[in-house]
Design a protein around this ligand. Structure first.
Ligand code: NAP
Ligand code: F7E
Length: 329
């Protein structure tokens, strides 16, 4: 019988890449969508799979909707990707962030425990949980947590709840502690996409500058299309476990800016970039860099796309998008 997967966060960045990956393995995909006033299937359409997903309704903040859903569909696997995932917004909307990112996970795990205890569960954990902590300049599975935002804190609760349901009830649960991963369908507020989108607009004369916050922050950036394979592999192991996933390299926001302008063929990036305190955070995570030896050894996973290829892919996709919208440019 075909495997079934419920993907929460199906309309975001990772949901579509994961759905595409699993569809190629003949999974039946259920995608959780919340009630919308206007449908937004753009990311699934970009990957040409919008008509290949069975959409089911529910909200991470509404326990009954999730209990009912799991009782009815009892999927082989659940990939919990839904979240209020923007760190900056979590400072302003801490309660909402907690309800969706922390309590939402409790709702899903309770639903599994009550109605479908053989369902395997993947939790989208994050390098933001490490915050200020590192082990010799890297973060791995043994590095302690010191989150620096309500987002990071909400994900620490979800991480430990995921571990607890494994230990207390024997449910197959795994945490993928993923470092930043990006793509042409990355949300436009996140810094890489904000940069490539603005660079494309500048290139074709639709914008004059780009306002950014901390240019010195360093992140371990990979390609989302590569990272969804690691999610899948975690749920194919004999038992649930926790894995750090990243490239092992980090780069500053400034380096990403330089590359993006270079790939667009625009010299003197400094003339366009305005450092704006509006985009600085009350408490920042200065630097993150993954040590994913465990994922490489046990899952056999490694990234396929490097930093330069990622930046080039994103710049080219945004330029192409604006050229289609503005054919005379
Ligand atoms: P994303 O693009 O922001 O997508 C998040 C999705 O969650 C959206 O589709 C959103 O639905 C959905 N969602 C939000 N609140 C919800 C609610 N109350 N009920 C149901 N759905 C809700 O995030 P992403 O980049 O794909 O990341 C996927 C997951 O990985 C997230 O949990 C994120 O925190 C985590 N993560 C991401 C990264 C990264 O670098 N991308 C790294 C580590 C961990 P709408 O479309 O309706 O708004
Ligand atoms: O910021 C700095 C900012 O918003 C990256 C989420 O997917 O990855 C993501 O969280 C860095 C930060 O991502 C601007 O201060 C400078 O240091 O792209 P970001 P994030 O906060 O790292 C983790 C792993 C997740 O789990 C999250 O869900 O860039 N920065 N200037 C800026 N950031 C933004 N957004 N906008 C700026 O203008």
């Amino acid at each position: 019988m075909a495997k079934t997967a419920l993907i929460t966060g199906i309309l975001g960045q990772d949901g579509p890449y994961l759905a595409k990956f699993l569809l190629e393995k003949d999974y039946k995909i259920y995608g959780l969508v919340r009630r919308y006033s206007n449908p937004n299937f753009g990311n699934l359409e970009y990957l040409k799979i919008a008509d290949k997903v069975d959409y089911v309704e529910g909200d991470m903040a509404d326990e009954a909707s999730l209990l009912n859903l799991i009782r009815v569909i009892r999927p082989t696997e659940i990939y919990n990707l839904a979240a209020q995932s923007f760190v900056a917004a979590s400072f302003e909307q801490a309660r909402l962030t907690t309800e969706v990112n922390s309590l939402g996970v409790l709702h899903l795990l309770n639903a599994i425990k009550m109605f479908s205890p053989t369902t395997k569960f993947y939790q989208a954990s994050t390098s933001e949980m490490f915050g200020l902590q590192h082990t010799n300049g890297y973060q791995d599975e043994k590095t302690p947590f010191h989150p620096r935002s309500p987002y990071g804190i909400s994900k620490v609760y979800a991480y430990w709840l995921t571990v607890n349901f494994r230990e207390a009830y024997g449910i197959f649960t795994s945490n993928g502690v993923l470092f930043n991963h990006e793509s042409p369908i990355r949300g436009p507020q996140f810094v890489t996409r904000k940069i490539t989108d603005a660079v494309a607009k500048i290139k074709i004369g639709l914008a004059k500058n780009l306002h950014l916050g901390n240019l010195e922050a360093k992140r371990d950036w990979g390609f989302a299309g590569d990272y969804v394979e690691a999610m899948y592999l975690m749920l194919q192991q004999e038992k649930g476990d926790d894995f750090v996933v990243g490239t092992g390299e980090n780069h500053s926001v400034k380096e990403f800016v330089e590359l993006a302008f270079r790939f667009a063929g625009i010299p003197h990036w400094e003339e366009y970039v305005v450092v704006d305190p509006l985009f600085k955070r009350p408490s920042e995570v200065p630097e993150l860099r993954a040590k994913s030896d465990k994922a490489r050894k046990i899952l056999g996973w490694k990234p396929k796309t490097n930093f330069e290829e990622l930046a080039k892919m994103m710049v080219e996709a945004d330029i192409k998008r604006y050229k289609i919208l503005n054919p005379k440019s």
